[in-house]
Ligand binder design. Structure first.
Ligand SMILES: Cc1cc2nc3c(=O)[nH]c(=O)nc-3n(C[C@H](O)[C@H](O)[C@H](O)COP(=O)(O)OP(=O)(O)OC[C@H]3O[C@@H](n4cnc5c(N)ncnc54)[C@H](O)[C@@H]3O)c2cc1C
Length: 409
């Protein structure tokens, strides 16, 4: 068995790690990247801090738990921490198991990658945008838009999805894969801010609270998350909303508008609030809500409850107004009318059909010696480091397997 000649398309998270693993396993490796520099998207991750893994990750954090299980077991979150520690990144573990470089700079991840890629003498060719891959016999021919062609025994497609296309991942991997005989499941933005219909958005803009949020359709709860949310001029954002956005977009794609129901008082019962209002009968209704909810929400809540005057006494409210106000504190409903789209999304839902890819090796079941890794596949995970962990795990598996030349190669 001799060394194989591996060409990696895409110098993002997965492409860089696959290159290192394939080279360490003895392959000749060339990386083609369309941007002038590699790893552009990593700089934007984790608000510039790069949440590079999650120590609690497991297959249930993903849309394809059965498919991701094998690769996640071969290269775990702990392997990721060790891999980056060896390159120089000390981990900082935060709430919910999120890992960041201790330097709190995403650029540290790029710096150590660049050092190791150079140290291993991996050939990196930037400003090479691949638009076609053909296979004749055992050889692949790769064509770039600048007219250059490259040849390889093995190809790893690491072109990413379509989220935040300004970073280079603009969905070009999909037509390339289709021409090679693969199917692509419908793609849509996930981990994305949601647009809401509400007359109060302007006044709520910038209010950040911690609460429970339910995604509902026809009053049925589809998903529930607890954590920080941020009201914005167009709708709603924050980690809990990003996690809910995938399911919300599934409904929007079917022309159904789900609702976001905010449970402001997730630590109190309705009885607690009734008791509180009984004690506040002689107070103005706006004052009775102080200390209970964020001050900037009060005026909107009172208007939404159909109460004309903000300073009406609690004792002057009729039964309907009081019931409505109490209900809003436990179930404030907003209609979801859209999302901020791929431009603003952190991940792409959908992609290369995983039933056409071997979960143990990431090799295509359709084209021998062709591998797919990272976001280009129909794999997406929750917020919190799971998506980069998928990029690393799938890259490790493909890098290792592509570097091995089989008996019949
Ligand atoms: C704002 C933002 C914040 C995020 N934060 C986090 C986070 O903190 N933690 C987390 O786990 N995940 C995060 N993610 C998601 C994570 O960045 C991605 O899941 C991950 O980068 C996917 O890796 P990839 O290698 O598959 O694709 P990418 O990193 O997108 O890399 C693909 C590369 O391929 C290149 N390319 C594309 N087409 C071609 C072509 N035809 N020819 C040559 N080159 C090509 C692109 O230019 C790009 O460099 C975030 C995403 C965004 C947008």
């Amino acid at each position: 068995m001799s060394n194989s000649n591996v060409l990696i398309i895409g110098g993002g998270a997965s492409g860089m790690l696959a290159a290192i693993v394939a080279r360490r396993n003895g392959a000749q490796v060339t990386l083609l990247e369309k941007n002038p520099r590699i790893g552009k998207k990593i700089l934007a991750t984790g608000n510039g801090r790069c949440n590079y893994t999650n120590i609690n990750t497991n297959q249930n954090a993903y849309n394809q738990p059965d498919f991701v299980f094998d690769a996640l077991s071969q290269f775990t979150a702990s392997d990721t921490i060790d891999f980056f520690e060896e390159l120089g990144i000390a981990p900082k573990i935060e709430d919910f198991g999120k890992a960041y470089p201790l330097s709190e700079q995403a650029s540290s991840i790029i710096d150590v990658f660049l050092y190791e890629l150079e140290h291993l003498k991996i050939k990196i060719l930037t400003e090479r945008s691949v638009n076609l891959i053909e296979k004749k016999g055992d050889q692949f021919t790769v064509l770039c838009t600048n007219g250059e062609t490259y040849h390889a025994d093995k190809i790893i497609i690491a072109t990413g999805g379509k989220a935040m296309p300004s970073t280079g991942s603009d969905g070009l991997g999909y037509p390339i894969a289709r021409k090679l005989g693969h199917h692509v499941t419908p793609i849509f933005p996930a981990l994305v801010k949601l647009k809401l219909e509400s007359p109060y958005l302007k006044q709520l803009n910038g209010v950040k609270i911690s609460s429970t949020v339910q995604l509902k359709n026809n009053h049925q709860v589809i998903q529930e998350e607890t954590g920080d949310i941020l009201f914005t001029a167009y709708g709603i954002s924050g980690p809990t909303i990003l996690d809910i956005s995938r399911k919300a977009n599934e409904y929007l794609n079917q022309k159904i508008n789900p609702t976001i129901n905010v449970i402001l008082l997730n630590k109190l019962s309705i009885e607690d609030i009734i008791k509180r209002f009984k004690k506040s009968l002689n107070k103005p209704v706006d004052f009775s809500l102080i200390g209970l909810v964020n001050k900037r929400l009060i005026s909107a809540l009172i208007k939404e409850a159909g109460i004309q005057k903000q300073n009406m006494l609690v004792s002057e409210l009729n039964e309907e107004q009081l019931d409505k106000l109490i209900n809003l504190l436990f179930n404030w409903e907003f209609k979801v009318i859209g999302s901020k789209g791929f431009e603003d999304a952190q991940i792409t839902a959908g992609g290369i059909d995983v039933s056409e890819v071997n979960p143990h090796t990431m090799e295509s079941k359709i084209v021998k010696n062709l591998y797919f890794i990272g976001e280009v596949l129909d794999v997406d995970g929750l917020c919190g480091g799971h998506n980069l962990q998928w990029a690393w795990s799938s890259a490790y598996v493909a890098g290792k397997n592509a570097s091995q030349r089989g008996r019949d190669d």
